[in-house]
Design a protein around this ligand. Structure first.
Ligand code: GLN
Length: 470
């Protein structure tokens, strides 16, 4: 049975047109049928069916939460009490969460069903989901291609109909880029809107948690539920809920900016053409569209990789083999145990980031790299402040190319890093960004549009998304 959104699913269950238990079983069957995608690290089948039984009754009696019966997969970097938490790393292969992430608890409190934990790049570091101790995830649209990363499993799971909604995390594009590669919606919220408590830290001043879905209403609903101040995360804040359901025509008068730096060299022609075509349509609908400039754009990638690796090298110091996680069995001294556990437990990309981060923080280079990058981050943020004093939203491609082939960039870290060229800026500036699937390329691959808005202005993203529905 088809349904357009979770709200509609709930009403179909109330009318006895859908059995929630059957619905959950269908998802479990499809997960099994598409096992080769490798989207899940863990599936909680029996638990999901048991919850379905309880929640179906709640729905029928009208005493249910706003996400009742929504089948949700969560990225395996989020804590869920008494369930495994591996971050797709060998170093946490046997680790079980002792508590539940605030965002996940909020889903459970609204009667969502957590169906499993999704595969991702190790510690969320990557753009292709090839850096996982569980092996790569395949793109459900074309299995010879990557689903994007780092939340590749979460994106693939929604795109392949293995769940209704999923949670991912976005530090530099890890929700928007895989959403673009898999042809679905993916939202990186404003930094601070969603508590990071229970999210395994990668780069704490960049990390955000956000939803993937096939429709914009489910994105808005999920965001409303996971948002809010949490005393366990001092960077979280209370925010106005988004009006839900989203109103059509809510954004008729908004002004759209196209940053010229995002349409230059390196951008695939088909992507450029489809976005320009879409702009034409929006103009015909009465939107004002103007070219703007974000002059600091060329420094995004360098700034992002200096600051995030610095934060990662500090955050990942806790995996020392002593407190939790993998411990090497072959070492004879404490020092050796630290070194061996980290050498054997971390994958290559994570080690590369720790080394880069340690280097930029080392006393001889701190001023040249880390301090300078902090200053540039401020300038990048000011670029956006200026732009948002003129326009309401900024439209860009989400990625420079459509999904690439598995293995195509895995030996070239710089090429891999460049696939985040349009997404890192939102994390540097702390602003929200949404991927909207707009079209298919001539090879049948999804093309994504990114909309950016000022801090806490997600509502503008959703309103405009409603105007762009295909
Ligand atoms: N691909 C980017 C990186 O490798 C972004 C990762 C993320 O957002 N978690 O750092």
């Amino acid at each position: 049975m088809e349904y357009r959104s979770i709200t509609e699913k709930i009403s179909l269950i109330q009318q006895n047109k859908i059995s929630l238990i059957e619905n959950v079983k269908q998802f479990l069957n499809r997960i099994d049928e598409r096992k080769n995608l490798n989207a899940f690290n863990f599936v909680f089948g029996d638990e999901a069916i048991n919850s379905a039984k309880v929640i179906e009754q709640k729905i029928k009696s009208g005493k249910h939460g706003r996400l009742a019966g929504a089948v949700i997969a969560i990225k395996d970097v989020l804590a869920y009490k008494n369930h495994p938490l591996t971050c797709s790393s060998k170093i946490l292969e046997d680790f079980t969460s002792l508590y539940t992430a605030t965002a996940v608890q909020k889903l459970l409190d609204e009667d969502a069903i957590i169906i499993g934990k999704t595969n991702c790049d190790e510690f969320a570091m990557g753009s292709s989901n090839e850096n996982s101790a569980f092996g790569p995830v395949l793109n459900p649209i074309d299995e010879s291609r990557v689903p994007g990363g780092s939340s590749g499993g979460s994106a693939a799971a929604v795109a392949a109909n293995l769940c209704d909604i999923s949670l991912g995390t976005d530090t530099g594009g890890s929700i928007r880029q895989p959403a673009a590669f898999c042809g679905i919606y993916g939202l990186k919220p404003t930094y601070g809107r969603v508590s990071r408590f229970g999210l395994t830290a990668f780069a704490s001043s960049f990390d955000t948690i956000g939803p993937f879905a096939k429709n914009i209403d489910d994105i808005a609903l999920t965001l409303n539920i996971i948002s809010g101040r949490d005393e366990n995360d001092s960077t979280s804040v209370e925010s106005e809920p988004i009006k839900y359901p989203i109103e059509n025509n809510a954004v008729k008068k908004i002004k759209i900016g196209l940053p010229k730096e995002y349409f230059g060299e390196g951008l695939d022609n088909e992507i450029r053409d489809s976005i320009y075509f879409l702009m034409g349509t929006l103009k015909l609908k009465g939107f004002e569209v103007e070219e703007i400039s974000l002059p600091m754009t060329e420094y995004n990638i360098a700034t992002y990789y200096i600051l995030t690796t610095a934060e990662a090298s500090s955050n990942l110091a806790r995996y020392d083999g002593a407190r939790y996680g993998y411990r090497s069995k072959n070492s004879s001294t404490l020092e050796e145990m630290y070194v061996d556990s980290r050498t054997e437990g971390f994958g290559d990309e994570v080690k590369r980031r720790i080394m880069l981060g340690t280097y930029v923080l080392s006393s001889g280079y701190f001023d040249a790299y880390y301090r300078k990058a902090q200053k540039v981050r401020r300038l990048i943020k000011e670029d956006f402040d200026k732009a948002f004093s003129v326009v309401d939203v900024i439209l860009t491609p989400t990625t420079p190319t459509a999904a690439f082939k598995i293995g195509e960039k895995s030996n070239d870290p710089l090429q891999m890093y460049l696939s985040d060229i349009y997404t890192t800026s939102a994390n540097l500036a702390g602003i929200p960004g949404l991927n909207i699937p707009i079209e298919k390329s001539k090879d049948g691959l999804p093309i994504g549009l990114q909309i950016l808005a000022n801090r806490f202005e997600e509502e503008k993203l959703f309103g405009l998304a409603k105007e762009i529905i295909f």
